[in-house]
Design a protein around this ligand. Structure first.
Ligand SMILES: *[C@@H]1O[C@H](CO)[C@@H](O)[C@H](O)[C@H]1NC(C)=O
Ligand SMILES: *[C@@H]1O[C@H](CO)[C@@H](O)[C@H](O)[C@H]1NC(C)=O
Ligand SMILES: *[C@@H]1O[C@H](CO)[C@@H](O)[C@H](O)[C@H]1NC(C)=O
Ligand SMILES: *[C@@H]1O[C@H](CO)[C@@H](O)[C@H](O)[C@H]1NC(C)=O
Ligand SMILES: *[C@@H]1O[C@H](CO)[C@@H](O)[C@H](O)[C@H]1NC(C)=O
Ligand SMILES: *[C@@H]1O[C@H](CO)[C@@H](O)[C@H](O)[C@H]1NC(C)=O
Length: 587
C-alpha cells in the first residue's frame, strides 16, 4: 500500500514538472500581459472579459484575473449576448474577431479592445482597419511585448493614427479620444420647429445660428468636445420641406451623426438610432375652453321642473289648510277653490293680500308660513337669475372621446397622426387631416372651432401666449391624447462612437437645470424671433351685454300672465258677480 502511495506521489510530482516545462515557453510574455491587464483594470474597471480566438496567452490569464470570461474561439457568436459596457475584449490575433451578430456588435461597439499582434502587422494599418468599422478604443501589443514593453494605442485626432506607449512609463493606454475632437465635423441637419429649434442670424457676425432647447443642447455639446457643426443642407435639395421623420431616417442611414431635431421615437422598437430620452412629456389635445351658456337659455335653465313640482305641492297644502281653518269643514274644498286661492296665489308671488281682521292664531301661523315661503322662493329665483346673468355657467370640460363626439369641435391633425387617430373611434367627419405646416399655422391662430394635438412641451409656450390674452382660449387635456407618454430623443447614427459622451452631456445639462431654463424662456425667444405674437387673439366677447331678445322667455311669461289677468278681468266684467263669489274664500 505504501509503495502504491509513493508511486502515486511520484507520478503527480513528475506531472506537475511536466506541465511546468510546457508553459515555460513564454512565461515572461504571460507575466507582462498579466501586468498589463491589471493596469487596464485600474485605468477603467472591466467586469467581463471577452476573448476571441485560442492558442494564445489570454485564455490562461483570464482564470488568474478572476473576472467572468467568455471564450469565443470560433470568432463569432450566434447568440444575442447583452454584454455590459464595461467589457474588455481580448483578441488573439487581428483576424480573431469576426463577430457577425448584430446585437452583440452593437453592445460591444464602444468596448475597449486589446489585440495581440502576431506576424508583422503595422499598428497603422490595424488602426485603419478598426476605424473603418467605427471602432476606436483599440490597443495592441506585439509578441515581443515582454522584451520592449511597448503598447500601441490607436489615436484619432492626430497626424499619426497611433501612439507608442512605453508600458513602464505609466501613460494611460486608452483615452477618451472624443473629449477633444480638434474641430472635427459633426454632421447634422436642423429642423426648424419652434420652440425646439429656431433659426436666426447673429446680429454682429452674420453667422447662421440655431436656438431652442434641442438646438442649444447640440450647440453646447459641440463646444464641449471642440468639434464643429456641419449642416448637411444638400440632403434637402430634392423633396418637400424635411420633417423630423426625414431626419430620423437620414440618421438611420448614416447620413447624419446627430440630428438637430426630435426623433420619431414612437415607432422605434429599440434605441439603436435614437438617443436616450432627453425629455418626457405627453402628446395630447388642446381644447377650447367650454362655451358659456347663452343668456337666452338662462331663464329656462333656472326653472327646473322638480323644484316647480315641490313648490306646487306646498302651494296646494297651504291652500287646503287655509280653506279648512277658515271654514272649519271639508265641504268648502274643491279643485277650483284650492288652485285659484286668491290669498295663496298673491302670497306665493310675494304680493300684498288682505289680512282677515279676526283671524285665529292658527290662521296667523299659516300666513307666516306663506310669507316665509314666498320670500324664500322669490329671493331664490332672483338670486339665481342675477348671478347667472352676471356670470353664465360654462359647460363641463371634455374628458373623453364620447364628449368629443357630442361636441361641435373638429379634430385638426397632421398626416403623421392619422393612423393613431383612426384607431380612436372618432367619426371621419370630425377629423380634418392637414399638412404639418398648415396644422401649425392653424393652431397658431387659436381658431376655436378645432381641437389640436400638441406636446406638453409646446403647450408651455401656448399657455404663456394666451396668458396675455383678455381671457384664455384653450386648455390642455390630460385625457384625450394621441400618445400619453411621449419621449423626445435625438436621432443618432447607429455606430456613433461618442454616443456615451453625448448622452452623458445631455443628462448633465438637464440635471443642472439648463433644459428647464430653456423651456421656461422659450416663449420669449419665440417672441423675439417673430415665431409668436403679442397680439390678443381672443375674439371680443360676443355676449357681453344682455339684449332684449335674450329675455325672450321672461317676456313670454310676462305677457302670458298679463293675458291671463286681462281675460279674468273681462270675464269678471261680463259675467254676474255671484258666479265669482265662490273663489272669494275670505270675507
Ligand atoms: C438581450 O436583450 C434582449 C432585449 O434587449 C433580449 O431579447 C435577449 O434575450 C437578451 N439576451 C440574453 C442572453 O439575455
Ligand atoms: C521604457 O522606459 C524605460 C524607463 O522608464 C526605459 O528603461 C526603456 O528603455 C523604455 N523602453 C522603450 C522601448 O523605449
Ligand atoms: C480645438 O480644436 C482646434 C482645432 O480646430 C485646436 O486648435 C484647439 O487647440 C482645440 N482646443 C483645445 C482646447 O484643445
Ligand atoms: C421627407 O419624407 C417624405 C415622406 O416621408 C418625402 O415625401 C419627402 O420628399 C422627404 N423630404 C426630403 C427632403 O427628402
Ligand atoms: C365607437 O363609437 C360608437 C359610438 O359612436 C360606439 O357605439 C362604439 O361602441 C365605439 N366602439 C368602440 C370600440 O369603442
Ligand atoms: C413677423 O412675422 C409677420 C408675419 O408672420 C410679418 O408680417 C412681420 O413683418 C414679421 N416681423 C419681423 C420683424 O420680421
Amino acid at each position: 500500500m505504501a509503495w502504491f502511495i509513493i508511486i502515486l506521489l511520484w507520478l503527480g510530482n513528475s506531472r506537475a514538472q511536466f506541465v511546468d516545462i510546457t508553459s515555460q515557453t513564454e512565461p515572461d510574455l504571460e507575466e507582462r500581459l498579466f501586468g498589463l491587464l491589471l493596469r487596464l483594470k485600474t485605468e477603467k474597471i472591466y467586469d467581463t472579459l471577452l476573448i476571441y480566438g485560442r492558442d494564445c496567452a489570454f485564455p490562461s490569464l483570464a482564470s488568474r484575473l478572476q473576472v467572468p470570461t467568455v471564450l469565443v474561439s470560433s470568432g463569432s457568436t450566434n447568440f444575442e449576448w447583452n454584454f455590459s459596457s464595461l467589457t474588455l475584449i481580448l483578441s488573439c490575433d487581428i483576424q480573431a474577431e469576426r463577430e457577425e451578430n448584430y446585437r452583440t456588435l452593437m453592445k460591444l461597439h464602444l468596448a475597449r479592445r486589446l489585440i495581440l499582434l502576431r506576424g508583422d502587422f503595422q499598428p497603422e494599418s490595424v488602426c485603419d482597419f478598426y476605424s473603418k468599422k467605427d471602432q476606436y478604443n483599440i490597443a495592441m501589443v506585439k509578441e515581443n511585448f515582454d522584451q520592449f514593453g511597448v503598447v500601441y494605442s490607436c489615436r484619432l485626432f492626430q497626424d499619426q493614427n497611433y501612439e507608442k506607449i512605453n508600458f513602464s512609463e505609466g501613460k494611460p493606454i486608452f483615452i477618451e479620444q472624443f473629449r477633444n475632437m480638434h474641430g472635427a465635423p459633426i454632421r447634422t441637419f436642423p429642423v426648424v420647429k419652434p420652440p425646439q429649434c429656431m433659426f436666426y442670424r447673429d446680429a454682429t457676425t452674420g453667422e447662421e445660428r440655431y436656438i431652442g432647447f434641442v438646438a442649444n443642447l447640440l450647440n453646447n455639446f459641440v463646444t464641449k468636445v471642440n468639434a464643429t457643426l456641419s449642416m448637411q443642407m444638400e440632403l434637402a435639395k430634392n423633396g418637400a420641406e424635411p420633417s423630423f421623420v426625414n431626419v430620423t431616417n437620414w440618421a438611420a442611414e448614416d447620413l447624419l451623426d446627430i440630428g438637430m431635431s426630435e426623433a420619431l421615437s414612437s415607432r422605434m422598437s429599440n434605441f439603436d438610432t435614437i438617443s436616450y430620452p432627453y425629455l418626457m412629456s405627453s402628446y395630447c389635445f388642446m381644447i377650447p375652453v367650454p362655451d358659456k351658456m347663452p343668456f337666452s337659455e338662462i331663464y329656462m335653465a333656472i326653472v327646473s321642473p322638480p323644484v316647480l313640482i315641490v313648490l306646487f305641492i306646498i302651494f296646494c297644502i297651504i291652500s287646503v289648510m287655509l280653506i279648512y281653518i277658515q271654514k272649519k269643514s271639508w265641504r268648502a274644498l274643491s279643485v277650483t277653490s284650492v288652485l285659484m286661492n286668491d290669498i295663496c296665489l298673491r302670497g306665493f308671488l310675494a304680493q300684498p293680500f288682505p289680512f282677515p281682521r279676526h283671524s285665529s292664531r292658527k290662521l296667523k301661523l299659516i300666513f307666516m308660513i306663506l310669507g316665509f315661503s314666498s320670500v324664500i322662493t322669490t329671493t331664490m329665483y332672483l338670486a339665481y337669475l342675477q348671478t347667472f346673468l352676471w356670470a353664465p355657467p360654462v359647460d363641463p370640460p371634455m374628458t373623453s372621446l364620447a364628449d368629443l363626439r357630442k361636441s361641435r369641435y373638429k379634430m385638426a391633425i397632421s398626416i403623421y397622426d392619422a393612423d393613431v387617430v383612426n384607431s380612436l373611434n372618432v367619426s371621419k367627419e370630425q377629423v380634418v387631416v392637414l399638412g404639418l405646416t398648415k396644422l401649425r399655422h392653424l393652431r397658431g391662430t387659436f381658431n376655436d372651432n378645432y381641437i389640436y394635438p400638441v406636446t406638453g412641451l409646446r403647450w408651455i409656450t401656448f399657455n404663456m401666449q394666451q396668458n396675455i390674452f383678455a381671457y384664455p382660449l384653450f386648455y390642455y387635456s390630460e385625457t384625450i391624447c394621441v400618445n400619453y407618454f411621449d419621449i423626445l430623443s435625438f436621432p443618432l447614427r447607429r455606430h456613433l462612437p461618442y454616443r456615451d459622451l453625448f448622452e452623458e452631456h445631455m443628462l448633465r445639462q438637464k440635471e443642472f437645470g439648463l433644459t428647464k431654463l430653456w423651456l421656461d424662456r422659450s416663449f420669449w425667444v419665440m417672441l423675439r424671433l417673430n415665431h409668436s405674437t403679442r397680439e390678443d387673439l381672443s375674439p371680443p366677447l360676443r355676449d357681453d351685454y344682455i339684449e332684449v331678445d335674450n329675455l325672450y322667455w321672461v317676456l313670454c311669461l310676462y305677457f302670458a300672465g298679463l293675458g291671463l289677468g286681462c281675460t279674468c278681468f273681462i270675464l269678471e266684467l261680463i259675467t254676474p258677480l255671484t258666479r265669482w263669489g265662490r273663489f272669494r274664500v275670505l270675507q
